[in-house]
Design a binder for this molecule. Structure first.
Ligand code: ADP
Ligand code: MG
Length: 697
């Protein structure tokens, strides 16, 4: 149960003074949850501030900013009746400088009464220059009472329609006033070393910035809060991990009979990195603990064969294995590529996707349940309720960041103590692995198979598209095959498809029947047909939306054109580029961009030209974009951070990990006084799950 000391923070925001039932809905929208709580308001940090200090004179008040000035009311300029002109009031200070206050559609009587000629008044608002004259539209008139309440600075918050700064400021103030005194969960020595304030002190500071510098992620207050969030996250991950660690697995040990046959049939030998990864995986499978392992490899580093050999070990032990891919195309392709090898080595395998005919599907389900199918490859159709295994030993989830965490684990739940292997499409930056996969062991395929050639990568402005097309025409005459990737249209698949359709028709004029099209809105069978035609060489140019991004393998393709490359992220460009350079021939990647390029886009394209090391590109991408986008927070179902910003706080993440090591070493059950405080921290960041694990032991 949540400690009751936290109750005021978890109370609905609508219970705060000044937040009525109507505005409660606005706060829900602003804070992005169904029943926004006081805590959510406190975690809604300001992004700016306004200075409420009185400007020493009208002359000194900075133009184009929020100012507070004082002056004597010198003149009322009242518009004619029925005129739509505004009411203006001229204010003068002692130095003789003046400013015009302008009121449109106001209650003019009220204004005139509040500003009698000759009186001195205070005003605040945005000072502009209008026809060479200082002017403030709709200033706030500050009376004695308001003056007393005014703070020197006000924070500025992100808003949603219907809420004003004053509303949010007041609500936050009210939430701060109700902040209970909480036990300290951070080690006193660490607090002292880092000069961190208490949780309450940090919140009070961040909501009362006095200078722009106070808004920086580098302030001790923001660091402290970021640390709280990271610490809770790392602690929760470790508790979950400790729990999976305690879960007994079932030792699965193959005798090498099948995997040996497969290995011998390969036209190449495994890289050292592949061997090392396999030995990690087999070691985990053979142990009596459950495996939860992440296999990271760059595009083309050969993850598929590692997966197949691991599955073979499970089958040798008389058990089953499943491989889940994020798309239909990929599942099919995996199936087609591993089927010959698997069958030749005596394994029985099947394919299960959302597109199977009813009879096929029934047969597959029966075979799986009866143990007459050793390996199954499929899409998320694999995690449906109707799918049951006789004895699933190993669940492999490919290209993980397209799947939610939930789906990832769901496949593993299809068996008893099933070992889980997750494979990423491209490497993920180290800090993010620690953050989001801290509960997993990691194997990295850092080495690419021998003989891979560098892909010649060039950035070409869109104006030269005709040259590019002419180049492709020459190359295809000599038998080359090319991908043409159409621009990403943010959040709009329709537009994306339309763009691909246009480009397809355009290229058809040049290439006739030798150009094909594949996009996300085609029916499955049409997609297959388009891929197949390209694979067989019937079409030589394949226009595609980003559906080809992940994993598609046509070794004969040697050219890839990426249209509007400036709209893609680094990792995505690298992934797309990895569609070529898969065979022995020299390949090239043309990044067609529309100028002028912004700084980030420029950096991205130049890093890409320079490097083809996915591990390095991943780190650079993190620097350029921040964590949310890389993992595609939305699709991945991974929660982003609310207070921490990994591009600024990565060091704190490391610190938090070390901290957690120490904490769990001394007080595994979080029973000590600090342990209790840490439990409160877990609740604060909604890691209730982890606390529950503590209790169930
Ligand atoms: P990815 O890691 O991108 O999924 P794949 O598993 O699709 O990579 O492998 C890419 C290509 O490399 C495949 O055509 C595969 O047959 C080949 N391959 C895998 N391992 C090796 C190796 N050790 N030596 C040579 N080629 C390999
Ligand atoms: Mg792959």
């Amino acid at each position: 149960m949540r400690p009751s000391v936290l109750d005021p923070l978890f109370a609905s925001a609508s219970a705060l003074p000044g937040v009525g039932p109507k505005s409660a809905r606005l706060y829900d929208r602003l804070l992005g949850r169904d029943d926004a709580r006081a805590l959510d308001l406190l975690f809604h940090l300001p992004y700016g501030l306004v200075d409420n200090r009185l400007s020493p004179s009208i002359r000194d008040a900075p133009i184009d900013s929020h100012v507070v000035i004082a002056g004597r009311v010198a003149e009322h300029r009242i518009p004619k009746r029925y005129s739509s002109a505004p009411l203006s009031v001229l204010i003068e200070d002692e130095a003789g400088d003046d400013v015009l206050l302008v009121f449109f559609r106001n209650n003019f009587d009220w204004v005139l009464r509040a500003l009698p000629i000759g009186e001195i008044r205070w005003f605040s608002g945005d000072l502009k220059l209008w026809n060479g004259h200082r002017q403030i539209a709709h200033p706030r008139i500050i009376d004695q009472a308001a003056l007393k309440q005014m703070r020197e600075h006000d924070p500025v918050y992100g808003l949603t329609e219907g809420l004003h700064q004053r509303n949010v400021q007041k609500a936050v103030e009210a939430a701060l006033a109700r902040l209970p005194k909480l036990p300290e969960w951070i080690d006193p020595a660490l607090m002292q070393r880092e000069k961190w304030p208490s949780f309450a002190g940090a919140l009070a500071f961040v909501h009362a910035p006095k200078a722009t510098a106070d808004l920086s992620p580098e302030t001790v207050a923001r660091k402290r809060l970021a640390y709280d969030e990271l610490l809770s996250q790392q602690l929760a991950l470790r508790l979950v991990r400790a729990k999976t660690r305690r879960l007994r697995g079932r030792p699965t040990e193959g005798d090498g009979r099948i995997s040996g046959t497969i290995e011998q049939a390969l036209p190449y030998s495994l890289t050292n990195a592949q061997r090392a990864a396999l030995s990690d995986i087999r070691g985990d499978m053979a142990s009596d603990r459950k495996m939860l392992r992440l296999l990271q490899g760059d595009v083309g580093s050969g993850k598929t064969i590692v997966a197949l050999l691991a599955m073979a070990s499970a089958v040798e032990a008389g058990r089953q294995a499943a491989l889940m891919a994020p798309t239909e195309i990929l599942a099919r392709q995996h199936f087609e590529r591993i089927a010959p090898l698997a069958r030749a080595a005596g394994m029985r395998l099947g394919l299960l996707t959302g597109r199977d005919k009813a009879a096929e599907r029934r047969a597959s389900l029966e075979a799986l349940a009866a143990g007459e199918m050793d390996i199954v490859v499929g899409t998320h159709a694999l995690v449906q309720d109707s799918v049951a295994f006789r004895d699933l030993a190993l669940a492999i989830v490919d290209e993980q960041h397209r799947f939610g965490v939930h789906q990832r684990l769901a496949l593993g739940e299809k068996g008893e103590a099933t070992d889980v292997l997750v494979m990423t499409a491209t490497p993920i930056p180290r800090t993010l692995v620690l953050t989001y996969f801290g509960d997993m062991d990691v194997s990295n395929l850092t080495e690419k198979p021998a003989g891979r050639q560098r892909i010649d990568t060039r950035a070409v402005p869109l104006e030269r598209i005709d040259d590019v097309i002419a180049g492709i025409e020459r190359a295809t005459r000599e038998g080359a095959r090319a991908y043409w990737v159409c621009p990403l249209v943010a959040e709009n698949e329709e537009l994306e498809v339309a763009a691909a359709q246009d480009r397809f028709e355009d290229l058809q004029k040049r290439f006739g029947a030798r150009v094909g099209l594949v996009h996300g809105q085609m029916k499955g069978r049409e997609k297959d047909a388009a891929m197949l035609a390209f694979q067989s060489g019937e079409t030589q140019v394949l226009v595609a939306t980003t559906v080809i991004e992940v994993g598609v393998d046509v070794p004969e393709a040697t050219i890839i054109v990426i249209e509007h490359a400036e709209r893609f992220g680094l990792a995505q460009l690298h992934q797309l580029r990895g569609r070529v350079g898969r065979g022995a021939q020299k390949s090239s990647c043309i990044l067609l961009y529309k100028g002028p390029l912004g700084e980030t886009a420029k950096a991205r394209l130049s890093i890409l030209r320079e490097s083809d090391d996915g591990f390095r590109l991943a780190e650079e991408d993190l620097k350029l974009r921040g964590e949310g986008e890389i993992l595609g927070t939305r699709q991945s179902g991974m929660p982003g951070f609310r207070l921490a910003d990994l591009s600024a706080h990565a060091v704190l993440l490391k610190l938090a990990r070390e901290d957690v090591d120490g904490i769990l070493e001394r007080d595994e059950a979080l029973a000590s006084e600090r342990g209790q405080a840490l439990r409160a921290l877990l609740y604060l960041f909604e890691r209730d799950e982890a606390v529950r694990l503590l209790r169930s032991g």
